[in-house]
Design a protein. Structure first.
Length: 441
């Protein structure tokens, strides 16, 4: 049973017994949840291997079962099986609870809102605070009737769908690229070609992942790229369906980044199994930011191997993290140990995720005695010597995992509510402890 707090083991002064470490992380959350939806819409049974089993993916799978789909999971084998009905739903009315899973909340809402039926949607208190209005507004424009039990644009609500009533829609993605991914995935349900005009450019790495996976499941699309300041338009031709297949899910690069961050902090060499340079996950960019900070990267048969610099040689950088914003906390957590300031830009939208992450970064670093400055969409963190503090996690898994890295180089860092990692990486602290045990006497 997970304790209420986790005391991060400071590694200062400890003797290294093994400089070369190999770590295995779970499957990608982003890929697992997208694959589950593709499987739900596919023309037969899909087997998903290497799947992530976490709070988010379990909620997603349970939602499919609540809709009447035949869906099974084998956690020992890290596999899931879903029998799709070629875009049809087994039932016309259901009540679904998505927990705090943003992908389930946005992706299922789009598909159900554009199908025929009545669907009662509810979520955790955390998810009820996260924005949904841009997606829900688009669904209403396409013909869905939505009734709210609370504030407009937020969970809980009821979808009364009747299919597509238009062939063109505009979506604003400044607060979440998942709104666009949701409409793209659901677009195959349209009886006519669907054109999606996009306002904003945040999170396009995740949209690229969606498009690559749609293609892997048999879907063609067209892109009228942004030229002369005109909006980008995605067109998904009608008459297509997702094909059933066996699908291998990549390891979670977001999870891998914490162990690459450990390498940057300690000067050790860390290889994360099966994480390669051709990954479709946007957080791969974070690894190259660590190279800019002084780490060295090598490609091996097992996976990418990152070696951190000598103590005191970690360099400060200015980084646009719009393509890998989940790692903004990770970079902020190691930034005090750089030899010059670290500035993180392009992250205004992370104020609207599981927590106000910019505020939480500044609050926790300030509590440790680290100087930092924030604006609406950026943070600058100055070199410092973090002191004893308890990290407020706000039930946000990224805060818990990211700031564990600060504790490796500072005495007395305690993580509150470490169990919040169950959202995406429920055994994170076990894997971290094992990695440290293998590296140090």
């Amino acid at each position: 049973m997970m304790k209420d707090t986790y005391q991060v083991p400071c590694l200062e002064g400890r003797t290294v017994k093994n400089r070369d470490l190999t770590v295995r992380v779970p499957g990608s959350k982003s890929i697992t949840n997208r694959a589950l939806l593709f499987a739900m819409l596919a023309d037969g049974e899909c087997r998903l291997d290497g799947a992530l089993f976490s709070e988010d993916s379990r909620y997603f799978l349970k939602c499919l079962q609540s809709l009447g789909f035949v869906a099974h999971a084998d956690e020992d084998e890290c596999s899931m099986t879903v029998r799709g009905l070629n875009g049809k739903l087994p039932c016309k009315e259901a009540s679904l609870y998505v927990g705090s899973a943003g992908t389930a909340a946005r992706f299922l809402t789009a598909c159900l809102g554009l199908s025929e039926g009545t669907f009662h949607m509810d979520a955790s208190e955390q998810m009820k605070k996260r924005p949904m209005a841009p997606l829900l507004s688009s669904l209403e424009e396409l013909g869905c009737q939505i009734s709210y039990k609370g504030a407009y644009g937020y969970f809980p609500f009821t979808l009364n769908g009747s299919g597509f009533h238009k062939e063109r829609i505009t979506i604003d993605i400044e607060t979440s690229s998942q709104f666009l991914s949701a409409l793209l995935i659901a677009s195959v349900l349209s009886p006519k070609d669907l054109n999606i005009e996009v306002n904003g450019s945040h999170g396009m790495a995740y949209v690229d992942m969606t498009l690559r996976m749609m293609n892997q499941f048999g879907i063609r699309y067209l892109v009228n790229a942004n030229k002369m300041n005109k909006p980008t338009i995605f067109t998904v031709p009608a008459g297509q369906h997702y094909i059933h297949r066996q699908y291998q899910i990549e390891p979670d690069v977001s999870a891998a980044c914490y162990f690459y961050g450990l390498a940057a902090m300690t000067g050790l060499s860390v290889t994360v199994e099966d994480v390669f340079a051709d990954s479709m996950q946007g957080d791969l960019r974070f690894i190259y930011l660590l190279v800019e900070m002084g780490c060295t990267l090598q490609s091996t048969e097992s996976g990418l191997c990152l070696t951190g610099p000598e103590k005191g040689k970690l360099r400060g950088i200015a980084a646009d993290m719009s393509a890998c914003s989940d790692q903004a906390i990770t970079l902020a957590a190691i930034a005090p140990f750089a030899n010059s300031p670290v500035t993180i830009t392009g992250i205004g939208h992370i104020r609207y995720q599981e927590s106000d992450r910019i505020h939480a970064i500044v609050e926790n670093l300030t509590a440790m005695g680290v100087t930092c400055k924030e604006s609406e969409d950026k943070i600058t963190i100055y070199p410092g010597n973090p002191h004893k503090a308890t990290i407020k996690t706000y039930d946000d898994h990224r805060l818990a995992m990211g700031f564990s890295l600060t504790g490796l180089g500072a005495q007395g860092i305690t993580i509150e509510n470490p169990g919040c990692c169950r959202k995406t990486f429920e055994k994170y602290f076990d894997v971290l402890d094992d990695t440290i045990k293998r590296a140090y006497e």
